[in-house]
Design a protein around this ligand. Structure first.
Ligand code: TRP
Length: 454
């Protein structure tokens, strides 16, 4: 069983924090969070999302990393290791399998949206946004979405970028890039925030995001919020488990994960507070605009601020980099497994899995998604997003919480947490045993019941 040493290892606790933050901070924070908050009425949704991060996301993230660090292998084999160690039925390994599948499904649509960001690097760079209005920006985005060859080109380019990094091994390479560029992303977001404060409707945005009007929130919205807590923390499919496998033995898991969770949440809130003042301050834009929200609102800001061409280009480059460092963690679990257990070489494994995800992305592009008034039906993009964020990730999280909370030996859990005698340990264990699983179960049952039965 000692493949447990075959992968690389992060140099230190900080390298793990940076890599995990690189995985967590991505399109989920900058693109998805603002638009789903907009679609679900704002304030109450944001509050539920924050509660989900605190009571489910961060505690379950600790549990998932703990399994990875204990197993020291790809999620499938790490699950097999801890399952044997606990003397349980091998069916528990399916958490790892479901994770590999979910990763590829997410990568399929993730890569398409990352492609939008790449296209917008060029648009911003060529000055296409200069002086633009809400209407023009909306029209341009709508046209872009109908241009299937352009969508294919950028989606393919992003797939290849991801392939290159994963093939080279995630413990080197990209870490450097992300480490240098992430702080810049933060700086440009703050700049956008300042622009919105000065030129947008900051008050309306603030009220929209933090005024808790519960009548606007549906059960469906609550499940979206829970699902997004998983999505944004890269949780529930083994990505963060795979990263945990490369974590050095003695590093306080609790503090580390809390740092990652807080950084991730901060970026999402700042992105929201950067985008909504522009949305409310610009005629022709609305909060519920859907997946295009960021791509129609930010061009207005960049098109009308000083040095907007430069900052706009920089911004979309940084979004693409953030997406890049997230995407590698979507492919990594499957690749690590093929290398360990099926004796694939890393390049073949990465190519095979990236190709699968790429095909899924082509499905998103070709099944006329994103039309203004599309005929009723099942669309690949929406279906992949729904199945992963709202079903597979929460289920994965539920099983991980049950596994660590109820089935692993307490002594092992305690020693992997490096929390001997720490007062917070018991509180965390209580949350993982009772609070997180019960919350996940209730939210899933009620919202799915409302969606499909009632
Ligand atoms: N967390 C990333 C984001 O917010 C996306 C992501 C990367 C992800 N790896 C994941 C989501 C694993 C779910 C599971 O953009």
């Amino acid at each position: 069983m000692d493949q447990r040493k075959m992968h690389g290892m992060w140099g230190s606790r900080w390298t793990f924090i940076l890599a995990a933050t690189g995985s967590a901070v991505g399109l989920g924070n900058i693109w998805k969070f603002p638009y789903i908050a907009g679609e679900n009425g704002g304030g109450a949704f944001v509050l539920v999302y924050l509660v989900c991060i605190a009571l489910v996301g961060i505690p379950v993230m600790m549990a998932e990393v703990l399994i990875g660090r204990r197993g020291r292998m790809s999620p499938i084999n790490a699950m097999r290791y801890v399952t044997r160690e606990a003397g349980l039925h091998s069916g528990w390994t399916s958490i790892g399998w479901m994770g590999v599948l979910a990763g590829l499904m997410i990568m399929a649509f993730y890569s398409v949206v990352a492609g939008w960001a790449l296209n917008y690097v060029v648009e911003a760079g060529s000055g296409a946004f200069n002086g633009t209005s809400g209407e023009i920006a909306g029209g341009a985005f709508g046209e872009f979405l109908q241009d299937k060859s352009k969508l294919t080109l950028w989606h393919s380019l992003f797939s290849v970028m991801t392939l290159v990094v994963v093939a080279a091994g995630v413990t080197r390479g990209l870490g450097m890039v992300a480490r240098v560029l992430m702080p810049f992303l933060f700086v440009v977001l703050i700049l956008l925030l300042a622009y919105g404060f000065k030129n947008g409707d900051f008050g309306a945005a603030f009220n929209f995001l933090f005024d808790f009007k519960f009548d606007k929130l549906t059960w469906g919205g609550v499940l979206v919020a829970l699902g997004h807590a998983f999505f944004t923390l890269s949780l529930g499919m083994g990505a963060i488990m795979a990263y945990g496998a490369y974590m050095p033995g003695h590093a306080s898991l609790g503090r580390t994960i809390i740092t990652v969770g807080l950084l991730d949440t901060l970026v999402a809130l700042i992105a929201g507070m950067a985008i909504f003042p522009i949305v409310f301050g610009t005629p022709g834009l609305e909060a519920g605009a859907g997946p295009g929200l960021m791509f129609v609102s930010l061009p207005v800001a960049f098109g009308n601020m000083a040095a907007g061409q430069l900052f706009g280009t920089l911004f979309f480059v940084l979004v693409a980099v953030a997406a890049w460092s997230s995407a590698v963690s979507l492919i990594e679990p499957g690749v690590a497994w093929l290398v360990e257990s099926k004796k694939f070489n890393r390049i073949t494994a990465t190519t095979a899995l990236t190709l699968l995800a790429w095909l899924g992305g082509m499905g998103c592009i070709w099944s006329n998604n994103w039309l203004e008034d599309k005929p009723a039906g099942v669309y690949v993009f929406e279906s992949l997003d729904f199945l992963t964020s709202q079903i597979m990730l929460p289920l994965g999280g539920l099983f991980i919480a049950i596994f660590v909370g109820w089935l692993m030996r307490r002594a092992i859990v305690c020693s992997e947490m490096d929390a001997e005698g720490h007062p917070l340990f018991d509180i965390w264990l209580f949350v993982v045993r009772y609070v997180s699983p019960i919350l996940i179960a209730i939210v899933m049952i009620l919202s799915l019941y409302n969606k499909f039965v009632a």
